[in-house]
Ligand binder design. Sequence first.
Ligand SMILES: [Zn+2]
Length: 347
Amino acid sequence: MSNERRRKKSGFLYTREIIVWTLLLAFLIGLLVYNKDRIFKGGSEKTAESESDPFPDDPGDNPSETPEETEPPESETAPPESSPEADSGQVVPEGSGPLRVYFLDVGEGDAAVLMLDGKVMMIDGGDETHAQNVCTWLQAQGIGRVDYMICSHPHKDHASGLVSVYQVATVGKLYTPVQEYADNVYFTSLIDTAYTEGTEVSVPVPGETFAFGPAEVMFQGPVRYDAEEMNNNSLVVRVRYGNRTFLFTGDAEAEEEADILAAGFDVKADVLKVSHHGSGYATSEAFINSVRPESCIISVGPNDYGHPAGEVIQRCSNVGAMVYETMISGTITVITDGTSLQYNFER
Ligand SMILES: [Zn+2]
């Protein structure tokens, strides 16, 4: 029984152990590779999702949601990721507010000014004949800068007065649905002035949002360009502050309203700036039923179109909304702390 035989035996054992360990290691690596998606994926996905979410406080973002829950498959008809939103709103930061929304009396036209925490947003500016009044009003409020100017569409009763604003204020950013419209020289002048004065000019896409201080602004329309009817290219803007929402519809008619609903946007709003000065071609039953406002503001003046149409006032009343007209009430102010709404009227 020699040392040689013992060596042979231990040599054999040694080789067998290497084989066993190698197989075991290969098995473990295989197991790891096979399961790597399940082991590493969940956490990182969740982080990316919460960073890109423009409405982190939506109930859709319930913290009890499990990371395994898969997102709905994308399709052409899928609504933008930030909608449908829910009504429970967002938290108003301490010391913020209130949000003041002024619907200026500019006759047959639209002009609204929003103020929040020192920031100013303007949605339309009336026609050229009311421009001086608008400028005087801005100056009386001590407004020397409009941070966000939104021109709903290039028609004169919305766009023309905006040019004059440059005489009394600087303008940070201009949102417009188009950059060219030959039928209104004031609109052409507005675009030219914006570029000359260094205002950033933007044509927003549906679903685009921006922060107006602690309020959130979303463009819900136009969903598509309407070559026949400029009114249907109106920028439709939803502003949310705390639990309260305002919807500005420009002169959007029933076709654009239908597009917005079909795209899946949550149009629910407490205060609706009624479209197209109360025209019967707008504020369809389907749309007002989705907005379900507590108040409807009609920006209207003496006109030959029969604005506001009786059937529109009826449709607004049918959903339980109070209806206010600038032609009757003058400038209408709605003030909110994110919870309650307060109305002031000033002739
Ligand atoms: Zn109009």
